[in-house]
Design a protein around this ligand. Structure first.
Ligand SMILES: Nc1ncnc2c1ncn2[C@@H]1O[C@H](COP(=O)(O)OP(=O)(O)OP(=O)(O)O)[C@@H](O)[C@H]1O
Length: 258
């Protein structure tokens, strides 16, 4: 059982090894089960922030930073990294960064097999994750024979197979055709996880996330109901966010009306 918030970030500061500072003191908390969109213009620091949530930047890419991150009740320290990576599932923007095995089944089995699962238990994990994304009939297919939208769903399944508490997605709707975009939204809406989703697709944020964090210049500049943020013309313009022409955020039912 988890006590306290799913994600707690306090005074997070980070500079890349070349000296470029990307985070200037980020603070927020996300409660268990919340669905939160992470918005902001190019270069705002969104990817840098989410890569911290499962320890990728701190441990692999070097750089210097400070602050505190707690995920599912555990402080993010080197000695907890395995546990944290099990709790926070990161779905990268390009599914081909996540799929490298000969079949869909093998890709989805890879993470749980690394955790030591075998036999029927492993197969159950794989099946459960594939069913969650509607790809159970494609288990024996090579990922490169799937469409881009199907590959993205399999990438989500590879992470779900770890049964993460927090699912972090980097631009999940990018490069999807309208039907694939809608299908993925239905899948994401049905998952029982805490969700943090980087997106430039503002209607997608509105559809899936009650709450949004808006980043700019390595800081959180707004945190509130997605509908309010998107309805604030001054805030939107100041942060280079634009809704599709004619789109009225007040006209779309949000996740609370599903
Ligand atoms: N590997 C790196 N080395 C040095 N600086 C980097 C590196 N990756 C990102 N940055 C810089 O860190 C800042 C934040 O970048 P980041 O990719 O986190 O922004 P973002 O909000 O995810 O942008 P986008 O919407 O374009 O994906 C930018 O100034 C970027 O140039």
């Amino acid at each position: 059982m988890v006590n306290g918030p799913s994600i707690l970030v306090e005074r997070l500061v980070f500079a890349y090894p070349d000296g470029r500072q990307a985070l200037f003191g980020v603070d927020f908390r996300i409660e268990k089960g919340e669905r939160v969109a992470l918005l902001g213009p190019n270069g705002a620091g969104k990817t840098t922030l989410v890569l911290h949530l499962n320890g990728i930047l701190g441990s692999v890419a070097g750089g210097t930073g400070s602050g505190r991150i707690k995920v599912g009740g555990s402080d993010l320290h080197r000695e907890h990294l395995t546990e944290i990576r099990r709790k926070v599932g990161l779905v990268f923007q390009d599914p081909d960064d996540q799929l490298f095995m000969p079949t869909v089944r093998d890709d989805v089995a890879f993470g749980p097999a690394n955790l030591g699962l075998r036999g029927a238990e492993l197969e159950q994990r794989v099946q459960e994750a594939l069913v969650a994304v509607g790809m159970q009939d494609h288990a024996s297919i090579a990922p490169h024979h799937l469409s881009f939208g199907q590959r993205r769903r399999v990438a989500v399944a590879t992470v779900l197979a770890m049964r993460p508490e927090v699912l972090v997605l980097d631009e999940p709707s990018s490069n999807l055709d309208p039907a694939s975009r809608r299908e993925l939204a239905d899948i994401l809406a049905g998952l029982d996880v805490t969700l943090l989703m980087i997106t430039h697709d503002l209607p997608y944020a509105l559809q899936l996330c009650d709450r949004s964090l808006l980043m700019n210049g390595g800081r959180i500049v707004a945190d509130g109901p997605t509908r309010e943020l998107l309805g604030n013309a001054g805030l939107m313009a100041a942060n280079r966010l634009e809704l599709p022409y004619g789109f009225d955020p007040l006209s779309v039912p949000g996740p609370e009306h599903r």
